[in-house]
Design a binder for this molecule. Sequence first.
Ligand SMILES: [Zn+2]
Length: 292
Amino acid sequence: MPKIQKESAPSKKSGFVKIQDGIHVYVGGSGSTNFGLILTKEKPVVIDNDIRCRKEFTTGMKKITRKQPGILFNTHHNFDHTSDNGYYHKMGVMSFGNSFAVEEMYREESEGIWVNQMVGRGPKVDHLLKTLKVDPPKVIFENLLTVEYGGRIFQLIYIDHCHTKGDSVIWMPKEKVLFAGDLLTYKTHPVNRLGNFHNWISAFKILEEFPAKHIIPGHGPMPPTGKKIIQDNKKMFLKLKNETSRALKKYGTPVKAAENVYLKEYEKWFRYPLVQANAHKMAQEIKRTKKK
Ligand SMILES: [Zn+2]
């Protein structure tokens, strides 16, 4: 198993990385989703899941522990963090998530987009999607919930509507590990289909207040210890905001402005093609706040 280095190089390969004793992260290659696996004196705790990589995750997990998971935490509602909840529920795992995340899961299902948005994107599981339904977490919290389990403490903390409506983090105060969900990505462009950039930029201040030793992003390689990941995100977001604002002044409409935002210095980050979609969203937000 590769030990975490000072700064792991962005990798296209997926696999488990050990962060601290008993704290492992499944790092999705090429900026795909990351999941947590925390060993406790009782059963292991899993953070987030995706039906498309169940096999890779469970095969890797079996090399780390023989025990089946006992607890599952969801950081937010997106398919790539919750679509395999049902698999864990069937084995009797108790799951936890934020009330807004649950609302969003039901909304996407009722609008028929929960599964449809994935068809063709993960061809190897298209056959599974036909019968797949949302399976929300069983224990729902609003702002803060502390879970003591197997000698460890997990604090589930709702942050704000940033990447999605129900963005929450999982904070392990003794170990000083912060699972940030998609509030933070590392060397990977964020997705903001359902988000709010204004709140998101403000949320970095909240995240900076955690005395975290290790911060686990929702996507991208493991960052070096400390808060560099927050600073990197903040810098990129502000650059996106400034360039979009400038382009909006010059070109007038969000669509035209977005077409002229490149962020070339972030070309090497995973999911670079998202820059224009993000610039479009940012431009719409800037326009809306100016109208007020
Ligand atoms: Zn995600």
